[in-house]
Design a protein around this ligand. Structure first.
Ligand SMILES: Nc1ncnc2c1ncn2[C@@H]1O[C@H](COP(=O)(O)OP(=O)(O)OP(=O)(O)O)[C@@H](O)[C@H]1O
Ligand SMILES: [Mg+2]
Length: 259
């Protein structure tokens, strides 16, 4: 197996008195999909924010391509090749897909005072890159707000891939989607993985994770409970770990059935 692109060791993060992370170890290899599972409030978003330079960990170390590294800003992480598609997707609904795709990184033509946004090139790149991810847009000037949730996720993913991501972090990309759109996003994850990019897929849906994951790490109240490889663990076991086995059993008992 290849060496990890990024290795996070014993990461802790406190917000004042709140201990959001209390020792998380996690790594990602090229071309794999490593799922980070956990219930609401387990610390998933906080963890990937330390991975993408939004927060500095209170404690712990980060190794990127074999060297110790500390990110001072999301820009640092992006430049290293860590792209994040956040839960609250940063897109401007009234602007076109192309504008959202480039967002400040538009290709230009001409020089000096003649320099201007090269809209034709930008449109062509957008259409091509979206097509590669399995989405045929009506046109590049379609407003992002008129896309489905799954298509919007795909714009963000295609954009990250185009700008050279080595690691792509997806924070709950399927949580607000219906069945068909979820299937499309999971297929997109497979395409990204096939390009040799390491994918971190955050979810609290075990079935979605099982559909694409190579490895699974469960977070529970800010701690990792270990990492399992595909085939070593089944959906029921993962579900149990996520909920904290004991509590789940109690909950099932009180509801008189299986959740
Ligand atoms: N900026 C913040 N200030 C204080 N506490 C925070 C902050 N962000 C997160 N927390 C707390 O840290 C803990 C972990 O939150 P986090 O958002 O990482 O969970 P999560 O696993 O992503 O949950 P969800 O599944 O709901 O997205 C929670 O108890 C949360 O209230
Ligand atoms: Mg979250």
């Amino acid at each position: 197996m290849s060496a990890p692109i990024i290795h996070m060791e014993n990461i802790k993060k406190h917000y004042g008195n709140v201990i959001a992370l209390n020792g998380v170890t996690f790594d990602v290899r090229a071309g794999e999909c490593h799922c980070l599972l956990g219930d609401n409030g387990a610390g998933k978003s906080t963890f990937i924010k330390t991975m993408s330079g939004v927060h500095k960990p209170t404690e712990g170390s980060i190794n990127f391509e074999g060297k110790p590294l500390s990110f001072n800003s999301p820009r640092d992480a992006m430049e290293a090749g860590i792209a994040t598609v956040f839960q609250d997707l940063a897109m401007i609904p009234l602007m076109s897909v192309t504008r959202n795709f480039f967002m400040g990184r538009e290709p230009t033509k001409g020089r000096g005072i003649f320099k201007r946004f090269d809209i034709d090139t930008a449109n062509e790149i957008t259409m091509t890159e979206m097509h590669k991810m399995g989405i045929n847009l009506r046109g590049p000037d379609q407003a992002v707000g008129t896309l489905s949730g799954g298509e919007r996720q795909t714009v963000a993913i295609a954009r990250a891939v185009y700008f050279g991501a080595k690691v792509l972090i997806l924070d709950e990309p399927t949580s607000a989607l219906g069945v068909r759109q979820t299937a499309n996003v999971l297929a997109t994850i497979n395409r990204v993985r096939a390009l040799g990019i390491g994918v971190v897929f955050i979810s609290h849906n075990v079935r979605h994770a099982m559909a694409v994951g190579d490895r699974f790490t469960v977070l529970n109240r800010g701690q990792t409970l270990g990492t399992a490889t595909r085939g070593e663990i089944n959906a029921a076991q993962l579900q149990d770990m996520m909920a904290g086995g004991q509590e789940m059993a109690e909950l099932e008992g009180s509801l008189g059935g299986t959740i």
